[in-house]
Design a protein around this ligand. Sequence first.
Ligand SMILES: Cc1ncc(C[n+]2csc(CCOP(=O)(O)OP(=O)(O)O)c2C)c(N)n1
Length: 384
Amino acid sequence: MTCAQAIAETLRRSHVRLATAVPGHGATQTYAAWQAQADTAPPFSFHEEVAVGMAHGAALRGHRAAVLLKAHGFLKAANAIADSLAAGTTAGLAFIVFHDPTGAHSDSVVDIEGAARELGLPTRRPERAGQLRALPKALRRAEDQGLPQLLILDADAVSEEAPPMPDVPAPPHSSYERDVARHVCCPLLAPYQHAVFQARREKRDPDAVDRPPLPRVPAELPDEYRVVAEQYEPLMQALANQPRAVTAGDTTVATLFALPPVAAVDLCTYMGGSVPLALGAQAAGEAPAWAVTGDFGFVAAGHLGLLEVNQRELSLNVLVLDNGRAHATGGQPVAREAVDTVLAGYSDCVVPLHDPSDPVACRKALTTATKRDGLTLIRADYRT
Ligand SMILES: Cc1ncc(C[n+]2csc(CCOP(=O)(O)OP(=O)(O)O)c2C)c(N)n1
């Protein structure tokens, strides 16, 4: 058995429910071995930010997950990785970076160990002989610490003969509990989440960090968010009343409807992360899953996750709040054509919502989405 096959087998025996990967020396061979042991081979991802967001969505919801990538991809996914530290994890989450020391398979020689340690990401770089043993240990440590873990492995070792298989952990012991203060990354909660992260990083008790009071939405939001939030209220209220396993928000003001009393959103990390987070949870068996994104976040990065919905043949309901503005950052314009262009690739999946201020129209659009299979994009038109 090669090391690549042994890594895939160790992940499987360690109850890893979702593995994602982008091709690259080391990751390619290992994910090919992971695909070979599945009933239906899961596809490679196109973008590491999506691969990390999906794995984090699964792990936050209590399912072990791993991402196989190269150093360059780690840098591409750095925003998703940083926010996975802020939100933490429930089940084991391992980022496995295959290092290419000579650049023989890379556009350049890149070593991410320093950057990862600066981020505060718990990092191990085992010797070749210890690479396999390091995997179950990393998953266990992630659960004990509530933080994802990085393993840097030597890419050239993947085709060598594997050492004996290591002992593997029992299934994850803790299960997901909805916790907006910890899992919804946003300016109002960032200081608390950072204090929790520091506690976890230093192996102190994160529960000893004082919890912030949660403002009621929309009435108790700061002025700059409240006016925009009021616009979103009918749709977010209707969303809260739909059945869900999980709803992931994005960097839109609407994500603040995670707060009481509406409680329509459960998780949020980076800009463009709502689709991957929801989809990763869904791929691990959490259905129905919803994602809520603003138009700017969707055009900027969120749409990358849609490729995964289709290529993995999963179901996902996505609300695109098309207000023509990046309100969260002061209202920079988002051209209608930009949203049209991105949605053109998914025209069969779009359900228009022309009057999102009407609760009945909102409920109707959401119910239509729940009755459809595959991908549904509700385009809520706030422009007129
Ligand atoms: C990678 C990255 N770049 C920039 C930002 C700053 N940012 C936060 S929210 C936002 C715009 C969100 O606008 P939109 O998705 O349209 O939602 P809205 O606030 O209008 O509801 C931007 C650019 C960010 N959070 N992350």
